[in-house]
Ligand binder design. Structure first.
Ligand code: 2DT
Length: 213
């Protein structure tokens, strides 16, 4: 008989506006899972700027290149597609992935420019569906107060307000909304608990699914 498969890993996605605390929470969560729980976990992020497509995205975000709104949308999507095979093999071999932004950023940011939401979702169909979406909810005004934005494209209050509207349109009952205005430790605690629940559910045999759910 074939050797038993290891329990699969969980795909955990953190979403939220710029300055909502996603990136710090991802880092803290990954160290906790690795060091305290002894679980196989990797930190991922999108855009993944290390690939060829990723370097085009990086230039666009730094305002070093101009691209048609639909063209850049498809590059962000392609950047997820080029990682799909690796993502699936990691999950199937038992590694959980904590991902800083995914398809929801893809749709929310492009739709905030006025593109049709269904058009924006279409290229995401068939990517691996997250097992857990953690949405760090922080009002745009409050996020803007936190140490200010950088100089990248999209880091402006008016645009972030549009993004927030579109996140709200995408939000569904399976998302776990965490109040990102709470103290960092409280946010961290909730994220840990929800993540452990998801990891256990996946270990027990929850099947992998594809977007768009
Ligand atoms: P970071 O600051 O998190 O590196 O994000 N974005 C991201 C999109 O417009 N579409 C996408 O598909 C993704 C993943 C959000 C860089 C910026 O890129 C935006 C902020």
């Amino acid at each position: 008989p074939p050797p038993p498969r290891p329990p699969r890993g969980s795909l955990i996605v953190l979403e939220g506006l710029d300055r909502s605390g996603k990136t710090s929470q991802c880092a803290r969560l990954v160290s906790h899972l690795q060091d305290k729980e002894g679980l196989p976990v990797e930190a991922w992020r999108f855009p993944d700027r290390t690939t060829c497509v990723g370097s085009m995205i990086a230039a666009y975000l730094a305002n070093q290149s101009q691209l048609d709104d639909r063209a850049i949308h498809l590059l962000f999507s392609a950047n997820r597609w080029e990682k799909r095979v690796l993502m699936e093999s990691k999950l199937k071999s038992g590694t959980s992935l904590v991902v800083d932004r995914y398809s929801y950023s893809g749709v929310a940011f492009s739709a905030a420019k006025g593109l049709d939401i269904e058009w924006c979702k279409a290229p995401e169909v068939g990517l691996i569906a997250p097992d857990l979406v953690l949405f760090l909810d922080v009002p745009p005004e409050k996020a803007a107060e936190r140490g200010g934005y950088g100089t990248e494209r999209y880091e402006q209050l008016e645009f972030q307000k549009e993004v927030a509207k579109h996140y709200n349109l995408l939000r569904d009952p399976t998302w776990e909304v965490v109040d990102g205005s709470l103290p960092l430790e409280a946010v961290e605690e909730q994220i840990r608990r929800l993540t452990m629940d998801s990891i256990v559910t996946c270990q027990k045999g929850k099947p992998l699914a594809n977007l768009w759910l």
